[in-house]
Design a protein around this ligand. Structure first.
Ligand SMILES: NC(=O)c1ccc[n+]([C@@H]2O[C@H](COP(=O)([O-])OP(=O)(O)OC[C@H]3O[C@@H](n4cnc5c(N)ncnc54)[C@H](O)[C@@H]3O)[C@@H](O)[C@H]2O)c1
Length: 229
């Protein structure tokens, strides 16, 4: 039997119950930092050490975190659906939960790249330091799409969303573009679900069921709704 195509857009909220902080739902800071000071090209030019320290610390946080029931729930759905996850998260909790088809729009914390050549990408588990060079002789930086940088993977994500039979959004404030704009590419007639502990503005999304709950609880409700269909 051909499986239906379930496409899921996830954001920081799905990893919150694993102990990884989101930034917009509390104080507008990310782990106490202004985004402009640590996650923009300008920040990198101004104080690369601060930026490296910030991401080195984020990497340790992710290493200590475990996938939660929401990540596991999505991985389980692969038994019934052809699932593609498009995530804004830089953590690897979807993969560690067992999801096999994950597209990271904003980069990955366990990878690094040449400052000049975005195609020179390397796996990493340790810290990146000033003076660590890629094979082109350029400083290594986190493989992260910073605010104000282009999001090349969006081109891959758009046709995936267009081809969805069911579209699900979990734990994103839908304010970071172009990621947030992906919801507009889901066909009008298909069923859509959003799980968030505080549902963001979604009044233009057609055929939408809102599940206003933490991701772990919301995921079991979603599973029930999908199986009842
Ligand atoms: N884990 C990570 O990789 C991580 C963490 C923080 C920020 N970021 C980066 O920051 C950007 C933030 O955009 P965003 O929309 O993903 O995050 P965001 O911080 O803007 O929004 C988080 C959303 O999650 C919801 N939320 C918080 N706790 C929740 C829970 N327990 N269950 C369900 N929903 C919950 C909030 O209500 C909010 O709508 C992304 O680009 C991402 O790369 C990543």
């Amino acid at each position: 039997m051909i499986k239906q195509k379930l496409v899921v857009l996830t954001g920081a909220g799905i990893s919150a119950e694993s102990g990884l902080k989101t930034f917009r739902d509390s104080d507008g800071l990310w782990e106490g930092y202004n985004i402009e000071d640590v996650a923009t090209p300008r920040a990198w030019r101004k104080d690369p050490k601060l930026v490296l320290d910030f991401y080195n610390y984020r990497r340790k946080n992710v290493l200590e975190a475990e996938p939660n029931a929401a990540h596991h729930g999505l991985a389980e759905l692969e038994k019934i659906f052809d699932v593609t996850i498009i995530t804004q998260n830089i953590d690897d909790l979807h993969e560690r939960a067992g999801s096999t088809n994950v597209l990271h729009l904003h980069g990955e914390i366990f990878k690094m790249r040449s400052e000049r050549d975005e195609e020179l990408i390397y796996e990493i588990k340790d810290d990146i330091k000033i003076g660590d060079k890629a094979e082109d002789g350029e400083q290594l930086r986190p493989y992260i799409v910073w605010f104000e940088e282009p999001v090349p993977k969006i081109e891959e994500a758009i046709p995936v969303v267009r081809s969805a039979d069911i579209f699900v959004v979990v734990g994103t404030s839908l304010v970071v573009y172009p990621a947030a704009g992906l919801v507009d590419f889901a066909a009008r007639h298909i069923p859509k679900y959003i799980i968030d502990k505080r549902i963001p503005y979604t009044s233009e999304i057609t055929n939408l069921t809102a599940i206003e709950k933490p991701a772990t609880e919301g995921m079991s409700e979603l599973r029930r709704l999908l199986l009842e269909r």
